[in-house]
Write a protein that binds this ligand. Structure first.
Ligand SMILES: [Fe+2]
Ligand SMILES: [Fe+2]
Length: 382
């Protein structure tokens, strides 16, 4: 990559800090074990001094004991052994999205968030299990049931997503079966973002309602994609994209509770789109924040695009019917049917956009798919 990137390689943490003093860098990739200062100490220093620098950590197998500390200063772990090609792809992706979002501020806000990514032990285990690709709902459910906070949240969401069902789901294993693994992955990630919010903030912003909105959008998004005859793999991704589409809002709430509350009020009172008010008041939007976060977490492009463009899908460079369209539609439909007092004003769906994709005629049938949608599926699962 030396023709495309300007790179400096050093062998000691103190040398890295000297290099950073000399010039501006977009990203630092550090090893964990180094003579003198270790990787975590180095990245902690970089976070404090240069918050907009993206921090990657190459980590070996014995990373567990210091993961708690490392989790507060590392944006992206890259497990060893790794391939140079994979590393350069991850770096390129971090750059590409930064260019597309063009918000230095979003990256700065994320770099300054101490709890990013949040990785308590169970959380990490659940994600590891889910990302291994071979896990069964039973295994994941069992793992989740060991974490009281996480499992009660999962049950709450599973029950509210299936609110029309007379029998409550009380077992995390069943919750995982009903929601699907990708949905759970989305929830575990989303839960990681706002589990640290203070209780009064959770109440003030109806965070539970936001979470339920996310799950409904995920479910509806899947159903829309199913009606568009997408493959199972795409359907899973669609659920996750829907669940995580508003994750930027949680960062807004965590970072700017007062300003964001004001933004919602202005948006509702003046019927001005919340996105516009966010930008006027804070200089960035929840889409930019969510997109940047998904990018830094190394999630698939579909997820990043859903977070980044869910209110403006026409800005997403896609020349075919894609998941982003379904997320856009599902979000509009859910806002129409389940508006929350803690939410702002949004423009109605753009029929022009749907017509352009040849999807205008499906709009009504998509609305009819809004929850309660899964009663039939639900009763089929034992
Ligand atoms: Fe949104
Ligand atoms: Fe939304």
């Amino acid at each position: 990559m030396r023709k495309e990137w300007k790179m400096e390689f050093v062998t000691k943490a103190s040398d890295a800090l000297d290099v950073l003093k000399e010039d501006h860098y977009d990203i630092i990739v550090s090893d964990m074990r180094m003579p003198g200062m270790d990787g975590v100490k180095l990245l902690e220093k970089v976070r404090k001094k240069y918050p907009d620098v993206i921090r990657f950590m190459l980590s070996g197998y014995c990373v567990q004991p210091i993961q708690g500390r490392a989790a507060r200063c590392v944006h992206q772990f890259i497990p060893k052994p790794y391939e140079a090609e994979k590393l350069s792809k991850l770096v390129s992706r971090a750059f590409a999205l930064r260019d597309r979002i063009r918000s230095k501020k979003a990256t700065e806000v994320l770099s300054n968030l101490k709890a990013l990514p949040v990785m308590p032990k169970t959380y990490q285990q659940v994600i590891d299990k889910l990302s291994s690709g071979s896990s069964s709902p039973r295994e994941v459910g069992k793992l989740i049931s060991r974490d009281i906070g996480l499992s009660s949240k999962l049950l709450q969401v599973a029950n509210s997503a299936f609110y029309s069902n007379p029998t409550k789901i009380v077992d995390p294993v069943r919750a995982v079966v009903h929601l699907g693994l990708k949905a759970v992955e989305g929830l575990v990630l989303a839960n990681g973002i706002f589990s640290k919010l203070p209780e009064d903030t959770i109440q003030k912003f109806c965070v539970d309602g936001l979470q339920q909105h996310s799950v409904r959008v995920g479910m509806l998004c899947r159903n829309i994609c199913e009606s568009l005859k997408m493959e199972e793999e795409q359907l899973e991704l669609a659920t996750m994209a829907g669940i995580l589409h508003d994750s930027g809002k949680m960062i807004m709430i965590a970072k700017y509770p007062n300003e964001y509350h004001k933004a919602i009020e202005i948006s509702r009172q003046s019927c001005q789109s919340l996105i516009e008010v966010e930008y006027e008041l804070l200089g960035l939007t929840h889409m930019q924040l969510g997109g940047s976060l998904m990018e830094l977490w190394g999630l698939p492009n579909t997820i990043i695009e859903a977070a980044t463009f869910h209110h403006e899908p026409h800005h997403c460079e896609k020349d075919e019917i894609a998941i982003i369209t379904a997320v856009y539609a599902a979000n509009k439909i859910d806002h129409e049917f389940c508006s929350s007092l803690a939410d702002g004003f949004y423009a109605p769906v753009s029929q022009e956009y749907l017509d352009l994709l040849g999807l205008g005629e499906f709009w009504q049938s998509w609305r009819e798919k809004h929850l309660p949608i899964n009663i039939r599926e639900y009763s089929n699962v034992s």
